[in-house]
Design a protein around this ligand. Sequence first.
Ligand SMILES: [Zn+2]
Length: 438
Amino acid sequence: MALVLLLCGGGAYAYESHVSYAVYLDGAFVGRVAAPDTVRRAVARLAAAQGLDPARARTVQALTSQPVHSLLRAATLGEAELAARIAPKLRFRVQAAQIVVDGEVVATLADRPTAEAVLGRLRADYLASIGADEPGVKVEAVRTAETVEVREVEVAPGEVATDLDRLVAVLERGTDVVKTHTVKKGETLWAIAQANHMTEAEILAANPDVEPKALQVGEEVNLVVPDPYITFVDTEVRVQRQSIPYATKTVKDPELNPWQRVTRQAGRPGLKEVTTRVTRENGRVVDETVVDTKVLREPVEAVVAIGSKAVAANGTGRFIWPTNGGVVTSPYGWRWGRLHTGVDIGVPLGSPVYAADSGTVIAAGRDGAYGLRVVVYHGNGVSTLYAHLSAIKVSPGAKVSQGQVIALTGQSGDATGPHLHFEIRVNGSPVNPLKYFR
Ligand SMILES: [Zn+2]
């Protein structure tokens, strides 16, 4: 209310005048309010209703008010009424900060500190992925291959990312696509790659922590190759201790039998400290240079004595059948692309095994697919071998005579049923034993 002095033809009259404020939304009249502050409060009310901080939210449209003087008191809108009138049209913009990679906006966040915190998390995750916290690793420098900036902008409220964990995951994967496969029994990484039209290299890149040879049933395998929005490039210096293998020197010992080996000096590996400078791009090593090698301990050579004693040719030169009869179930020769180096003689379990000729036992014990086996040396480079035994009755070095029981048959080692596998070797090479029994 104000007093207005009206001068009119020499007389002066005083009137009472009323002031109200006309509110315009982008130039269109909305209504009148008693004071401009009503407009401010109505806008703040609408911002708060949308979950926005009124201090940071700005309206897209221009909302203005102009004082209007009138003689009569005009009808005015309260804060709630004005808010209801402008609500259908009023749009807000909020201050935000965007992460811009080589000119392209990759993320919109509430403010600069939040954007910088997201970049900090990406960097920290990267450093953890390359093992920067492991002992002996010193990261010299980390940079990004792209130009990464934070820009302050105004955006529509819905554009601001609020789930930062998800945002960080998307930026690291390079996509919001999540596709996984749960490992089933008997599946290999290669088979999973095939089934999903991926190469083995791609599936390994998508699963850097998965050990291909130790794939577990129920394990989740990633089927999306990460292509991060930001490429980190780092150089690191790694100091690692490595073993130095030892050499083995053999010496001949005429005191020992030819089948004997005696360690005269145990070998011991050495130790060195290797300093390497590594450059990586998103974890992938692009350059690796050894900058220093320090030998901490020299290796100690192993010395092994091999027997060179001349063993008498004590065989008769003729062979007797090595067990009680039996049927040759598999002859000597090639079968299924492999040389069957002896004959298989089908006999009941526990049948006696006879030394086919006199000689010296040069091996008695377990030997891989042979199972329990005995080798007898007869002189002149000739030896016989008896395999898949159930019991051995002689020891290496023992002299045996032709026909002496040296073992019992069995099915030890790689044998499908009880039988005696019998070999004759000349200078170490197997020959057809049946040639000696005509
Ligand atoms: Zn055999």
